[in-house]
Design a protein. Structure first.
Length: 170
């Protein structure tokens, strides 16, 4: 445990659905304290806990898949978090030498459905560092395994990435 100069205990407060827990900072993982971390190729399955009377709304497991790739100055992290048939896709991108707007161009959900994104068209004389983070929620019609893909690019640069990610729903 650490104490500040005035002698007060430095701790973090973590709230859960049914109780309040106070943890000293030494008990919190380094990722929660702002330390660098990697989300490359991670996969987790977290069981959902249901209360009586709410089983239909919270049945199933939560799964997260993530992949990160780099091309030139462009880095993209594509993450899918599924709960039942609902999936939240997160597309986080950064470009160190962007001459124009950065962002996802096209997202395929792996079941024949897709979504395109409008990116402002402009070019700059001098490059700048650019970041973009977009969340898209999609509900699959039936359980199964799908392969989602996203294409991300930066205007006026040759940097473009298409990432694929397995998604299991239901």
């Amino acid at each position: 445990m650490s104490r500040s100069k005035k002698g007060t205990l430095v701790a973090a407060v973590v709230a859960t659905v049914s109780c309040l827990v106070v943890l000293p900072l030494w008990a919190i993982p380094a990722v929660a304290q702002g330390a660098p971390h990697s989300r490359i190729g991670t996969s987790t399955k977290t069981p959902k806990h249901c209360h009586r009377g709410h089983k239909s709304a919270c049945s199933g497991t939560q799964g997260t898949q993530s992949v990160t790739q780099t091309s030139g100055g462009l880095t993209v992290t594509f993450t899918a978090t599924s709960v039942g048939s609902n999936v939240t896709f997160d597309v986080a991108s950064s470009e160190t030498q962007a001459y124009g707007a950065l962002g996802p161009e096209y997202l395929s959900f792996g079941n024949g459905a897709s979504e395109g994104f409008a990116t402002p068209e402009y070019c700059l004389a001098q490059p700048v560092a650019e970041t973009n983070d977009r969340q898209i929620t999609y509900s699959y019609g039936k359980p199964g395994a799908y392969t989602a893909s996203v294409t991300v690019g930066a205007n006026c640069t040759p940097d473009q990435l298409t990432l694929t990610l397995p998604v299991t729903v239901g």
